[in-house]
Design a binder for this molecule. Structure first.
Ligand code: SF4
Length: 75
């Protein structure tokens, strides 16, 4: 499994490239965090952790998951 982790101040974002179906939901809905033209392409500090978490919940494949590192844990 090729799972990467991107750490922000209050959230850790996990990306499993094998699960991604390239729907583009992440980059279209939150381009300040998910930008394929940048390296790394995920920047976990560009938006509040709870907003990023809510957006990750819309990933249709489950390729993106997260853990809130400040309050309650959720994956
Ligand atoms: S929203 Fe999920 S499935 Fe769609 S491109 Fe992003 S990571 Fe891949």
């Amino acid at each position: 499994m090729d799972k990467k982790v991107y750490k922000g101040e209050e959230i850790e974002i996990y990306f499993d490239s094998e699960k991604c179906i390239h729907s583009g939901v992440c980059v279209k809905g939150m381009p300040e965090v998910f930008d394929l033209s940048k390296r790394p392409w995920v920047n976990a500090t560009e938006s509040p952790a709870d907003k990023i978490a809510a957006h990750i919940d819309t990933c249709p494949s489950g390729a993106l998951t997260y853990k809130l590192t400040n309050k309650t844990d959720k994956e």
